[in-house]
Design a protein around this ligand. Sequence first.
Ligand SMILES: [Zn+2]
Length: 183
Amino acid sequence: MADKKGIPMRLPETETATEVYSLPFPELPKDLGALKGMKPIVVKQPYHIDYIHSYGQDSPWIAGLSNGTILGSRCKRCRNTYPQPRGHCMDCGDETEWVVLPNKAKVHTFTVCHFGSQEFLPECPFVLCLIEFKGCETLLLSRLMGVDPLKPSLKWVGMEVEAKFRRLSKTKPTDVYFVPVGS
Ligand SMILES: [Zn+2]
């Protein structure tokens, strides 16, 4: 509907509405005070964005995972080696170069996650671990599979593990995870 000048007077009606699970409201006009204690309105609505993310100089590290290889970054000057993509040494600031890391390493420590962000919620509980590579100065945060998250054990600390890679790469750091050697 429009006014005489053709300016719309109403919002268009749509065929879809919000799914509402709870919409309590007190009797009017006498119960307005009850609004203070009103329970939250809970609605369901789709939310989607296409996010274009550039891995930039980290790209070789991601490409390595897609091809079953963990790359490390080694400082050209002081030889510090990191299991993450790092363009520059966090010690001396000099540029790094790529090196191939072994697929076997050790669990430095771990935690069991009973809650996580939306992407990981369906997988709770799961085990996150810090992986220790021989000759590396820092640790790699990754998933530990092949152990029961409901029966965590300090025996996992120091355990020899080997890297596994998603067969269908998601081009994400989660393409690699670790399992006990021989499992
Ligand atoms: Zn350095």
